[in-house]
Design a protein around this ligand. Structure first.
Ligand code: HEC
Length: 128
């Protein structure tokens, strides 16, 4: 019995420590956008022209120019050159950007959620 509990705890810990390359856009990134972003970034007139729905707004992100800075919103393989990532860690002003750190308002993403998005970009920002 105790052994089963221990195995369960260890498996949970290992799942939380997924290695680079394990992140999937639809499974891991889109749920973060759904919880913390889409209430503002809706299709139509999303702030800064950015809709993160449907399908996580993939077509609005990867290889698409930011409206606030000279960077792309997502530069595959390069989180530091991706304005989306910089808006999440708050270094967007240093990239010629403007406005607030995202998500706008009192909410904050957890470090782990930001790291999921960083790893998704570093791994090539794949659609799947
Ligand atoms: C409460 C509303 C709100 C929420 C929630 C929100 N945003 Fe924003 N977002 C804005 C507004 C307003 C702007 C434009 C002004 C600014 O940047 O401060 C913006 C701008 C942006 C931009 C700049 C786009 C560009 O082309 O330059 C990005 C990227 C962005 N948001 C990503 C996100 C992400 C990712 C989340 C969720 C983690 C999120 N936002 C949550 C309101 C919101």
């Amino acid at each position: 019995m105790r052994r089963q509990v221990l195995v369960g705890v260890l498996c949970g810990a290992l799942t939380g420590m997924a290695q680079a390359g394990d992140v999937q856009f639809a499974r891991d990134v889109v749920p973060i956008f759904k919880t913390s972003c889409v209430m503002c970034h809706l299709p139509g007139n999303g702030p800064a022209g950015l809709a993160l729905h449907p399908k996580g707004g993939y077509a609005n992100l990867v290889g698409i120019a930011s409206t606030q800075s000279p960077l792309l919103r997502v530069a595959p393989g390069n989180p530091e050159e991706s304005y989306l990532y910089r808006k999440l860690v708050g270094t967007h002003a240093g990239a010629g950007g403007s406005g607030e750190r995202m998500p706008f308002g009192d909410m904050q993403l957890g470090e782990e959620q930001i790291d999921v998005i960083r790893r998704w970009i570093a791994d090539g920002a794949k659609a799947e």
